[in-house]
Design a protein around this ligand. Structure first.
Ligand code: ZN
Length: 102
């Protein structure tokens, strides 16, 4: 089970974007990397097409899932996520700060 999912709100914990809060756009489960909106932008040169004039565009580049923390929707803090196995089967994520199920 993944600790971070698409559409989660996360805080970047290291690097140039440290402290930035944004939303997960995509999860790459094979590499353990995430695409986070407006984080780790890289400039790309685009050729002019029929639909856009081209030029320099900024695009997100994936970052390691270990360099972000989930913002808990209950206590609103960057929290470590635990995985709990339910008695009736199945797994849920929970916040290690407030213990609420996310
Ligand atoms: Zn919490």
């Amino acid at each position: 089970m993944k600790r971070i999912k698409k559409k989660d709100k996360v805080m970047v914990m290291s690097g140039k974007y440290k402290g930035k809060i944004s939303e997960v756009v995509r999860v790459f489960s094979a590499t353990g990397k995430l695409l986070v909106a407006k984080v780790n932008l890289v400039k790309k040169h685009a050729r002019p097409t029929q639909h856009s004039p081209g030029g320099i565009q900024e695009k997100e580049s994936p970052i390691s899932a270990s360099s972000v923390k989930l913002i808990c929707p209950h206590c609103n803090k960057p929290a470590r996520v635990g995985i709990k196995i339910l008695d009736e089967g199945g797994k849920v994520r929970f916040c290690k700060l407030c213990k609420e199920i996310i």
